[in-house]
Write a protein that binds this ligand. Structure first.
Ligand SMILES: Cc1cc2nc3c(=O)[nH]c(=O)nc-3n(C[C@H](O)[C@H](O)[C@H](O)COP(=O)(O)O)c2cc1C
Length: 122
C-alpha cells in the first residue's frame, strides 16, 4: 500500500503518466511470488490467484463506498525500482483507492445474449 505523495508521483511516471495515481490517496500494488505452477488448463496460477484477490478487494472497497481503478498500464520494472520490490516478485496488478469525486452513470453493457453461448461456442 502506497500513501506517500512523492512515491505516488513517481508511480504516475511508471504508469504512462496516468495522473489519477497521484491524486488518489492510496495505491495498492499487488505483488506475487513468480510461481512456475501452471494449472492443467495451461494458465499460470499466480496471476489468476492475484487477480481473484484484487477483485475481492475492489468489491469490498466498493461495498464500503470507496472508488477504485484497476491498473495494468504500467512499467513493472519501474514500479519495482520505485518500491524496492525484489527481482523474483511480480506485480500483476495495481489499483487506486479513495473516495470518488464523481459518480458517472454506468457504461452501456452488451446484452447477455451477445456474450453468453449455450452448450457450444458460437
Ligand atoms: C486488466 C485491466 C487493466 C486495466 N488498466 C487500466 C489502466 O492502466 N488505466 C485505467 O485508467 N484503466 C485501466 N483499466 C480499466 C479500469 O480499471 C476500468 O475502469 C474498469 O475495468 C471498469 O471498466 P468498466 O466500466 O468497463 O466495467 C484496466 C482494466 C483491466 C481489467
Amino acid at each position: 500500500m502506497v500513501e506517500n505523495q512523492e512515491t505516488r508521483d513517481k508511480l504516475v511516471d511508471a504508469a504512462n503518466g496516468q495522473k489519477f495515481l497521484g491524486q488518489a490517496p492510496i495505491t495498492i500494488v499487488a505483488c506475487s511470488t513468480e510461481s512456475e505452477r501452471v494449472m492443467p488448463c495451461g494458465q499460470y496460477a499466480y496471476t489468476v490467484d492475484l487477480s481473484i484477490a484484487v477483485s475481492f478487494m475492489i468489491l469490498e472497497a466498493t461495498e464500503l463506498g470507496l472508488g477504485t481503478c484497476w491498473l495494468g498500464a504500467y512499467d513493472e520494472n519501474k514500479v519495482k525500482d520505485i518500491l524496492s520490490i525484489p527481482k523474483d516478485i511480480r506485480v500483476p496488478a495495481m489499483f487506486t483507492l479513495g473516495y470518488a469525486d464523481e459518480t458517472p452513470d454506468p457504461r452501456p453493457r452488451k446484452d447477455l445474449d451477445q456474450i453468453v453461448c449455450y452448450e457450444k461456442y458460437e
